[in-house]
Design a protein around this ligand. Sequence first.
Ligand code: HEC
Ligand code: HEC
Length: 272
Amino acid sequence: MRIGIFLLAGAALLSAQQPPHEAGDMKAAAGLYMKDSAAIAAGEENFKLVCSGCHGITAEGGRGPNLITGRNARRASDEELFDIIKNGIAGSDMPPSPLDDPKVWQITAYVRNLSAPAYRQPLKGDPAAGKAIYYGKGGCANCHMIRGEGGYLGPDLTNIGMDRNLSQLREGLLEPNKRFTEGFRPVIATLADGTQIKGVAKNNSNYSLQLLDGKGRLHLLDKRELKEANFQEKSWMPANYKDKLSETEVEDLLAFLAQQTIRAPKDSASEE
Ligand code: HEC
Ligand code: HEC
C-alpha cells in the first residue's frame, strides 16, 4: 500500500519539477533515486512485475543475464543503466520499457543497488546491536575471523561488506547450504588410532588431505594412514539462525556485517 502511494507521489513530483529525460537533468535525476530506499523498494516491486520473467524474481538470471553479478550491469554508469532499461538493447531480446521515466529510475536504482557491495547499500538494522549479537548470542566469532580475532572454521569476514551485497550476506547467514564456499568443505577425519579431527578441507588429493581444525591447526594427513575422511553434506555454519534470530536481529547483524571493510572508503561516516 505505502509503495503504491509513493509511486504516485514520486511520479507527480518529478514530472512537475524536472523532466528527467532532458540530458542535463540525468545526473540530478540519478542523484535523487540511487540512494533512496523508498525508490529502491518501489523499483523492486516493478522489477518483479516487468522484468522478472526474463531476469528472475531475485534478478539472478534466467532468459536474461544475472543482474547482481553480471559485469555489464555493474560497469554501466547510472545514466547508461537507465538508458539500457528504458530503451532496451537493440538487436537483442532485451526490450524497451513500457514504464514512465520516474519508474524506470526507480528500477535503475534497484538494479544498481543489487550489485553494489553491502557497505554502500542502505541498511535497516543497527550495527551496534548487530555487533553485540555477533560476539554474543550468535556465537559467530567462534568460527569467523574479523581483523585477526575469531575462529577458523568459517571464512574471514574482515572485508565482507565490500565483497558481498546484502542479498548475498542474507543468504550466507540464513541459508548456508544453498551455496558451497570454496575452501570450507566440512570434513571429519578418523586417524588410524581412532582419533577424530573435525575441520574444513583446504586441500584434498588422492594421497593427502590438508585439514584446518577449529583451533586453527593445519593437519597434513597422509591418506594411507587415515582410517576415514568423512566429507559432510552440510557446512559447519549453523543452518538454524532463521529460527534463532528475530527479523530485527537479522537486520542488525546484516548491518554489522555490511560495515566490515579492510579500508573504509572516503565517502563514509565511520562506525564507532
Ligand atoms: C523478454 C526478456 C527480457 C525482459 C522482459 C527484460 N530483459 Fe533485460 N535483458 C534481456 C536479455 C536477453 C539481455 C541480454 C542482452 C544482450 O544480449 O546484450 C538483457 C540485458 C539487460 C541488462 C544489461 C545487463 C547485461 O549483463 O547485459 C540490464 C541492466 C537489464 N537487462 C535490465 C532489465 C530490466 C530492469 C528489465 C525490466 C524493466 C528487463 N531487463 C526486462 C532480457 C529481458
Ligand atoms: C560452527 C561454525 C560457524 C558459526 C558458529 C558461524 N558460521 Fe558463518 N560460516 C561458517 C562456514 C564453515 C561458512 C562457509 C560455508 C558456508 O557458506 O556455509 C560460513 C559462511 C558464512 C557467511 C558467508 C560468507 C561468504 O563468503 O559469503 C556469512 C555471511 C556468515 N557465515 C556469517 C555468520 C554469522 C553472522 C554468524 C553468527 C550469527 C555465523 N556465520 C556463525 C561457519 C560458521
